[in-house]
Structure formats: structure tokens, C-alpha cells
Design a binder for this molecule. Structure first.
Ligand code: ADP
Ligand code: SF4
Length: 688
């Protein structure tokens, strides 16, 4: 039942899209998920939950139209022949079950793909190396190839219609990712025929495909066009001035314009580098150029921002990928007047790593993401407590907070005890760095929800000993006491400690995150390869310090390539004057200087450093857990049935894994061995 604020009524108005009408303005734009055709039931259930959560339109990820666009090993969707139909029919059924429209984004990826499985040559406007396999070149398409390409598109669209889709896209966005965009860009399209050269010529193929789709399926399906209006490369790439002319040439042909910026790292901008609604300045011209509805994205989680963009004529439909991943029930929460309950995306892009590494997507904020079918986890429903047992959670970091929240939703009387004065653990510490400010939402959301729960007692400034835990009289104990950074340089590169003849020069990341101020020359040694070392470097450089970032890897913050942060980090640190040294390992630390070595051969390099911050590896803070385990014979008398370590205390990992671990603990409490089973496998519909 709606109880919404009338200011948000506009978000729930229907919008006509060609022959279809969406019931509201909430539009889940196409997004990859690492499940696709390899984990079809998981993928379909995930889309279905979004439809249930109130999204008026729910789209697939990009869906390849032909084996010459084979995205393997990524498991993205395919419509190569009728054998692919059951996966799509399943997804459409799940989306239609909740009165939402189902959209599909057809694509040919041109030279972006290497066709590892199909072994077909890649295709491109001109002869050019493929992105994925540079020593294998794509074939310059001749007229027969172009005819085939158009026919494949039509065949795939007809299959999509047969599967029941309401909105059928063609796609020219995300930089070099699609053949149509490759034709639009003069730097890739050097053709001398009617498909190359002038703007009209480069747009020709898009026009032909859009008209083909309208002829083939336009009677009953809406035809959408996804187009990147700016690559943020200046005159070297697509930019607003040219995009305005292109939109002008095609303005009324598609039934819907879905517009964004390129490349993907600019489109799915991490919160570290961009704010909500940040694409407005690039896309705002589109609505003035066409009468057709326009959808745009911008990591929208605030209904006020959404309403503002609609009222000011920027967009008609609120496009969302990440906000719909972090909270599939975002529209329903606005509708029922529960805006404070929205689990807002933190912009960490853990979700995009699923696409890069071809595994089922995970989300830092939403532990049920990707687990809807595999484990039967619903983001808003959870099974009721199966006993009147009480639970004590020790440690209020992401694992402890999520465990407490999920336990309270199940109905368990739960006590949360935290040693520090605030709840949030590492999330509070890490988000004290300006680059990671928005990550605080992990703690804020859970703190708010816990403040509404009647069956939870939280205590801060309450460090517990094993004796305290026994005295508390709870039946089940979850130890979520986290981890601490090592200072002996043990990590991926050094499996054993290295010589530190001047220990006071070594400063643990935990001390920096607790607000300790340093002065002089600082060296950060990154053998963790994710975000933290670069975030500390950024913060200290902003604070005016002289910072050197050293890593044994070939590149700084290597894993952030999978979270679309890397290119931004590279630019930001260079702008701030951080000195970057790669492929060097730490050899020794003396007063005022360190000795580095090349990772391949012994060529020592001495560099001045007053302080070294090793971001290498962490130790679990599991002393309390070990103390309690040693006292197992006392448990029964204390009424204790189980003691379990969770989160970083169990195994130091990402925040997403800590949240997932806390959630899993709560879901599994009082469940049988069988019910705790790992996850369902897709042996019936899966496989290549
Ligand atoms: P995780 O990511 O697994 O949630 P964190 O390191 O973020 O781990 O959080 C662990 C939390 O546990 C920290 O806030 C820490 O202060 C708290 N903590 C550690 N030991 C105790 C203890 N003995 N009693 C209560 N809280 C503790
Ligand atoms: Fe947002 Fe991070 Fe979740 Fe992705 S993983 S949806 S960026 S919170």
C-alpha cells in the first residue's frame, strides 16, 4: 500500500515507450552480472526480484546477436539461435510476473571481442587489432558483412520478440565496446565508402539497424537506442558537439533514447570520483532534440534528485544499474514512504568485478545479490526464528552489524557489543579518508535499521573478554572482532617478515585510519593491490605530504581495474604529485630511508622515507574467539549452544565478504545441515 510523500508522485507516473507503457519511471537499465547464460536461473531470479521491488522496466545485460561476437569467458547473454530462447523466456516470465516491462540489449561487439569459443574472426569498420587479443586482428567489414550484420540483428530481434521482450535495444555506448559505436567514431571508422567519412555516413549503419528493428518488431515492441554522448576524451573522441548532431539525425527513429557517457569507468563512476546525478551536464541536451522519452543514469538513490531531474526536463525515466543492485526494492520503499530504509549504493563497484572476472556478481551493500535463486535469499524476506534463543554479537563492524540486523529481522533477541565508541568498524575507519566517504553508508544504513528494531540492544564502548561473554548468558555467540593490518611486510610478495632495523619508521594503516598525523616523507608500500593504499596516498597528498607509492605489482592498485577505479586513481595520484614506483619490493627499513629491490633481479635502490606504511596483509583479531574455544567445557553451564567467528575475524577479506558472512550466519542460525547447504547448482540449464 502506498504511503508515499506526494512530492514523489511524479516518479510513479506511467510513461509511453512506443507501443508499450511502463507503469512508473523506475528503469533498470541493462547491466552485466556475471551470471548471464552460464547461471540462467540465478540471473532470472535476480531480475525477477527487481521487478518485484517495483522497477517498471527491467532489462538484460548486453546480449550477443551472433557467434562472431562471442564474449567468452564472460557469461553474458546470447541470442544466436533458438537454443538460447529458454533462458530469455525464463527471465521475461519472472519480470512480467510483477507487471514490469522486460527489455533486452542486443549487441555486436566488433573488435572488442576475440571470439575465444566460437573461433570466428572479429569484425570492425577497418582492419584493427582486437581489444581482447591484440595480435589477432579484426576483419574490415565489406558490404556483404554489413548485410549479414543487419540480418543477424533482425533475426535476434525477432527471437527477442518471441521470448516476450517488450523493449528491444540496439547499442552504441561504452566506448569501443560495440560495433555500432566503432562505426560512429572517426578514429576507428576510416572507411572510404558510404559508411565512413562524414557524420551522415558514420551514422548510416545505426540508422539502418534502427529502421530494420522497427520494421521487424516495431509493431508490438519498443525499439530503444543506447548511445554514449561523450567519451570525456576531448576532441579525440565522441563529445557533446558531435553527439548533438548525431542525436539530431536520428531523433525520432527510436522509441526511447538511453543516454550516458563512455567509457564504462566514466559511466559507472566510482563514488570516489563522482557524485549522484553527475552525468546531467553531458546528457541534458538530448530531451531538447527529440520528443521520445529519455532515460539516463547517475547512481540515483535520492528521490529528491530523481524528481529534480525529471521536473527540470533532463530525463523522463530514472535509469539505474547500481542503485537497483544495492536495493532491488528502492522504488517500493519510496512508494510506501520508507525512504530512510533504502540501502544506498556506496559506489565501490565491487559489482562490476563480476563481469571482469566472470563470476556471479556480488554487492557490498546487498548480501543477497546473486543469491536469490542459488540460496533462496530474498532481500526483503527472511525466515522467522526457529527458537527463542538469544544471540550475542561481539564487534560492530560490517559483519557484526549485518548479522545483528538479519537476526533481528528473523525475530531473535540480539545484543551487539562494540569495543569502540561508534558502530561501523573498518567502514567507519576507512570512510574517514575523504576518497572513501560514501562507503560510510554501509554502517549508516544498518545503524538506522537497528535503531528501528525493538529486539536489539546495542552497547558501544564495551570491549568484552571471554569471561564477560560467558556471563552474558546468550545462547549463541557470533564473534565479529575483525582484523588488523600487519606491520612486518608479510604479504603476497614476501611470505615471511623482512628486516626492520628502525621499527618506529613503520606505521600501520590502522594508525593512519585512526587519525594519527604524520609529517615528513611518507612511503606507502602496497602489496594488497586493492583500494586502500591508493586512498591513503590520496589523502596524505591532499594533506600536503610528500608521498611515494611503491608496489611489487606491474601497476598500482591492480585489482581496481575490475572496479573501474584504476584509471581514475592513476590520474588523481599523478595530479596530486604522488611518486609512483612499480615492480619493486621492500628489502629493508632503516632510519630515514628504505632499500627497495627490483622484483626480477637484485638491483637495490635506496630512497628517503621518514615513515613507511605497509598495506600488505591482515591478521584476524581472533584472540577472543580462541579464548572462548579453549573454555568449551564451560559453555553448557553458561547456556551457550554455539560460538562462531564471522567476517574478518574468520578470514580477513573485503567489506562485501564481511557483510555476506554476517548475513549468512544469521540466515543459518538454527537451520539443519541440509538447509545450510552451500548453494544450488545449475546443472539442468547451464553450460556453454
Ligand atoms: P568485520 O569487517 O569483520 O566486520 P571490523 O574490523 O570492521 O570487522 O570490525 C570489528 C569490530 O569489532 C571493531 O569495531 C572492533 O572495535 C570490535 N571489537 C574487537 N574486539 C572486540 C571485543 N573484544 N569486544 C567488543 N568489540 C570488539
Ligand atoms: Fe553499489 Fe558497491 Fe553494491 Fe555495486 S557493489 S551496487 S557499487 S554498493
Amino acid at each position: 500500500m502506498t504511503n508515499r510523500d506526494s512530492r514523489y508522485d511524479i516518479l510513479f507516473e506511467p510513461v509511453q515507450i512506443g507501443p508499450k507503457t511502463t507503469k512508473n519511471r523506475f528503469y533498470q537499465v541493462p547491466h552485466c552480472n556475471g551470471m548471464g547464460h552460464r547461471y540462467p536461473q540465478a540471473m532470472a531470479a535476480m531480475r525477477g526480484v527487481k521487478a518485484e521491488g517495483g522497477w517498471g522496466v527491467v532489462c538484460t545485460e548486453e546480449c550477443s546477436i551472433h557467434p562472431s561476437s562471442d564474449l567468452s569467458p564472460a557469461p553474458l547473454m546470447r541470442l544466436w539461435d533458438d537454443n538460447d530462447l529458454p533462458v530469455h523466456e525464463l527471465m521475461v516470465e519472472k519480470v512480467h510476473a510483477h507487471d514490469a516491462l522486460a527489455g533486452i540489449q542486443l549487441v555486436h561487439n566488433g573488435f572488442e571481442v576475440a571470439n575465444y569459443v566460437s573461433r570466428q574472426p572479429s569484425l570492425a569498420p577497418c582492419n584493427i587489432p582486437t581489444e581482447a587479443f591484440p595480435h589477432v586482428q579484426a576483419r574490415a567489414m565489406d558490404k556483404a558483412d554489413i548485410r549479414d550484420y543487419r540480418d543477424w540483428h533482425v533475426a535476434a530481434a525477432k527471437r527477442a520478440k518471441k521470448a516476450g521482450y517488450d523493449i528491444i535495444y540496439t547499442y552504441a555506448a561504452h566506448g569501443t565496446m560495440t560495433l555500432l559505436f566503432q562505426f560512429l567514431l572517426s578514429r576507428y571508422n576510416q572507411r572510404a565508402d558510404e559508411y565512413g567519412g562524414s557524420l551522415e555516413n558514420r551514422v548510416r549503419l545505426v540508422r539502418e539497424v534502427l529502421e530494420d528493428l522497427k520494421d521487424a518488431v516495431g509493431d508490438s515492441c519498443a525499439v530503444a537506442f543506447r548511445f554514449a554522448v561523450d567519451e570525456l576524451l576531448g576532441s579525440g573522441g565522441m563529445q557533446k558537439s558531435e553527439a548533438q548532431d548525431m542525436v539530431g539525425l536520428l531523433a525520432e527513429i527510436p522509441d526511447l533514447w538511453d543516454v550516458n557517457v563512455a567509457d564504462w569507468h566514466n559511466d559507472s563512476m566510482p563514488s570516489r570520483f563522482g557524485t549522484e546525478g553527475g552525468q546531467e551536464e553531458y546528457i541534458d541536451f538530448v530531451k531538447q532534440t527529440t520528443t521520445k522519452p529519455v532515460v539516463g543514469v547517475g547512481r540515483f538513490t535520492s528521490p529528491d534528485t530523481m524528481v529534480s531531474q525529471i521536473r527540470r526536463g533532463v530525463i523522463d525515466l530514472i535509469g539505474a544499474a547500481r542503485p537497483s543492485i544495492a536495493d532491488p526494492f528502492l522504488p517500493n520503499k519510496i512508494d510506501r514512504g520508507a525512504v530512510d530504509e533504502i540501502r544506498e549504493c556506496i559506489g565501490c563497484n565491487m559489482c562490476t568485478s563480476g563481469d571482469y572476472l566472470a563470476y556471479p556478481m556480488r554487492c557490498t551493500q546487498n548480501p543477497t545479490m546473486g543469491e536469490e535463486w542459488r540460496r533462496g535469499w530474498h532481500p526483503e524476506r527472511i525466515s522467522k526464528a526457529e527458537s527463542d534463543s538469544t544471540v550475542l554479537v561481539v564487534g560492530g563492524g560490517p559483519a557484526g552489524l549485518e548479522a545483528t540486523l538479519a537476526l533481528s529481522r528473523r525475530g531473535y533477541e540480539t545484543t551487539l557489543s562494540e569495543a569502540k565508541g561508534v558502530l561501523g568498524g573498518r567502514v567507519i575507519r576507512e570512510s574517514s579518508l575523504a576518497p572513501l566517504n560514501e562507503w560510510r553508508r554501509v554502517a549508516d544504513h544498518r545503524n538506522y535499521m537497528l535503531s528501528q528494531a525493538a529486539n536489539v540492544q546495542t552497547y558501544t564502548d564495551s570491549p568484552l573478554t571471554a569471561a564477560d561473554v560467558l556471563d552474558m548468558g546468550a545462547n549463541h555467540i557470533a564473534i565479529a572482532t575483525g582484523s588488523k593490518w600487519r606491520t612486518d611486510f608479510t604479504g603476497l610478495q614476501h611470505q615471511a617478515p623482512i628486516p626492520v632495523s628502525h621499527p618506529s619508521s613503520v606505521v600501520s594503516p590502522d594508525r593512519v585510519l585512526s587519525g594519527e598525523k604524520l609529517s615528513g616523507e611518507v612511503m606507502i608500500y602496497d602489496d594488497d593491490h586493492y583500494y586502500l593504499a591508493s586512498a591513503i596516498a590520496e589523502q596524505l597528498a591532499c594533506d600536503g605530504m610528500s608521498v611515494t607509492l611503491v608496489t611489487p605489482a606491474a601497476d598500482i592498485a591492480e585489482w581496481t581495474h575490475h572496479t573501474l577505479e584504476n584509471e581514475h586513481i592513476q590520474v588523481r595520484l599523478r595530479e596530486l604529485g604522488v611518486e609512483i614506483i612499480c615492480k619493486k619490493e621492500m628489502v629493508s627499513i632503516q632510519q630515514g630511508f628504505v632499500t627497495l629491490g627490483c622484483i626480477y633481479m637484485e638491483t637495490p635502490l635506496e630512497l628517503a622515507a621518514d615513515f613507511v606504511i605497509p598495506v600488505t596483509a591482515r591478521d584476524a583479531e581472533d584472540q577472543l574467539y580462541r579464548d572462548l574455544t579453549a573454555m568449551e567445557s564451560d559453555w553448557a553451564d553458561a547456556g551457550i549452544q554455539s560460538i562462531t567467528s564471522i567476517g574478518d575475524c574468520f578470514a580477513p577479506a573485503t567489506i562485501a565478504m564481511a557483510v555476506h558472512g554476517g548475513h549468512e550466519y544469521a540466515r543459518h542460525l538454527d537451520k539443519s545441515e541440509e538447509e545450510r547447504a552451500f548453494f544450488r547448482r545449475e546443472l539442468d540449464l547451464g553450460g556453454e
